[in-house]
Design a protein around this ligand. Structure first.
Ligand SMILES: [Fe+2]
Ligand SMILES: [Fe+2]
Length: 474
């Protein structure tokens, strides 16, 4: 059977010449398609979606646009162009040649990291599978599906590494990536946030802003890896990830914009009145923000971590944009990290820098999250209101690390546990918040029309108008 691999699976990894990889992928691909049918976007298999497909890694090729039925999307395998004579940029192996093969002693660690990253990709598709039924516009529906097919491709990217570099156990791991499911009682996805349901579009925008941004920082850390194929794979994935965060950033901005219009029209800041007019009051939006930000912070791991130190020492996983740091060894440096003192207060602990890498990366992530919040606050300020949205303290509602379970307010204050539990409902979306937001979720599919709770985007996709028929429903 002659298959044109470049046509079916666009790639720059010489798939057409690599029999072993072909065999592995030929076995896996039908199962991937079964998974997509069962666990991917429900009911839109026949719709023609205006999607971009990566067909090569150069500036033109990774963004070729056209109407595609999602099951026919060409999930490809791309690595960023190699850097000639690339060397390891940090840790004990600093300056030595990057690895083109997996060193035996790091095999299981690398495999675990690739599986953990790979697991998040299909997980988010599963989390978002029902959202198409309540899309606020065809523009948004298209963006949802774009994110979904690209997360599917990110799964392919990780499966490629498992198949190409990890032999039999890699193939087994690739199978299991299709068997765990988000929120499944018996076989859940590996990381907590990826088991949280996403049943409304406000959650979707929060997820793409905060959780896809965690993805950005993980990919940036892995892009520094001494294992060159992993580094190149993640570098290319980052180009797609940028759009996912754009969807979240602009999605939240559009919700705020619409809310401000309603506030102006009605001359009120009263949540109940705003809700009655069909918009999301800013306090509810803040509670959703608190939920997704705090959940995403856990994904970076513990403040002090011997695993993280090991990854850095060996060269397996670095810091995002490692080149920006003056010291790539981090052997003598210490980090001052705030920890609970066990008596209701805070103490500063000196941790060897390598052990504090999770906290270093989390700090960069928090600063990146701030940028959107500032932009959203400018919209509110310009409209003449004093309300400000803010990121809760990174110690608020943590489930992992030194602050796990600590009764900390969004302002960062440690309070009595009873009071904290009582007030948690003020800080996180309540059942009635969620029910209200769900009640707004009505499907709008007339080209150019928007649901009443969200403002139109500033512009369409790829220079097309907002009223373009981005999804042709059958
Ligand atoms: Fe992804
Ligand atoms: Fe993403």
């Amino acid at each position: 059977m002659a298959i044109d691999y470049q046509e079916r699976i666009p790639n720059n990894v010489d798939l057409g010449e690599n029999r072993t990889l072909q065999r592995a992928l030929e076995q896996w691909q039908p199962r991937f398609l079964d998974w997509w049918r069962e666990m991917g976007p429900s009911d839109f298999a026949a719709a023609e979606v205006y999607l971009r497909t990566a067909t090569s890694v150069d500036a033109k090729g990774w963004a070729s646009y056209g109407a595609v039925k999602m099951p026919d999307y060409r999930w490809g395998i791309f690595l960023a162009d190699p850097v000639a004579e690339r060397t390891i940029g940090f840790g004990d192996e600093l300056g030595k040649p990057a690895w083109q093969q997996v060193p035996g002693e790091h095999r299981s660690t690398l495999r675990r990291l690739i599986v953990t990253q790979g697991d998040t990709e299909p997980a988010s598709v599963e989390q978002q599978r029902l959202l198409g039924h309540t899309c606020p516009s065809l523009y948004d529906l298209r963006n949802l599906f774009q994110v979904n097919v690209e997360e599917g491709r990110h799964l392919w990217a990780m499966v490629y590494l498992l198949h190409a570099y990890f032999g039999r156990d890699g193939r087994e791991e690739a199978e299991e990536l299709l068997q765990r499911h988000s929120g499944d009682a018996d076989k859940p996805r590996i990381l907590g946030t990826f088991n949280e349901p996403i049943t409304d579009w406000l959650s979707f925008f929060m997820f793409t802003y905060f959780t896809d941004r965690d993805g950005k920082f993980q990919l940036k850390s892995l892009a520094e890896s001494a294992f060159d194929p992993l580094s190149r794979t993640c570098t290319f994935m980052l180009t797609e990830e940028a759009h996912h965060m754009f969807v979240g950033d602009t999605g939240i901005a559009r919700v705020i914009k619409r809310t401000l219009e309603v506030m102006k029209e009605l001359g009120t800041e009263d949540a109940a009145t705003i809700r009655a007019a069909g918009a999301v009051d800013l306090a509810t939006l803040q509670r959703y923000l608190n939920f997704w930000f705090s959940s995403s912070l856990d994904l970076f791991g513990s403040e002090s971590s011997s695993n993280a130190a090991g990854y850095f020492a060996t060269g397996i996983k670095g810091r995002p944009d490692e080149a920006q740091y003056p010291d790539h060894l981090a052997t003598d440096a210490v980090a001052e990290v705030a920890m609970p003192d066990g008596k209701g207060g805070v103490t500063s602990e000196s941790i060897p820098m390598r052990n504090a890498m999770n906290e270093v990366v989390r700090g960069s992530y928090v600063r990146d999250c701030e940028i959107g919040v500032k932009r959203w606050n400018r919209l509110i300020e310009k409209a003449g209101y004093a309300t400000t949205l803010r990121l809760p303290s990174p110690r608020f509602r943590r489930s992992i690390g030194a602050w796990a379970g600590a009764p900390v307010t969004p302002e960062g204050e440690i309070i009595a546990r009873e009071a904290w539990e009582r007030r948690l409902g003020d800080w996180l979306p309540s059942e009635s918040d969620r029910a209200f937001v769900r009640s707004l979720m009505q499907k709008v599919t007339e080209p150019g029309k928007m649901a009443a709770w969200i403002a139109p985007p500033d512009r369409g996709i790829n220079n097309l108008g907002i009223d373009y028929e981005y999804v042709r429903l059958q």
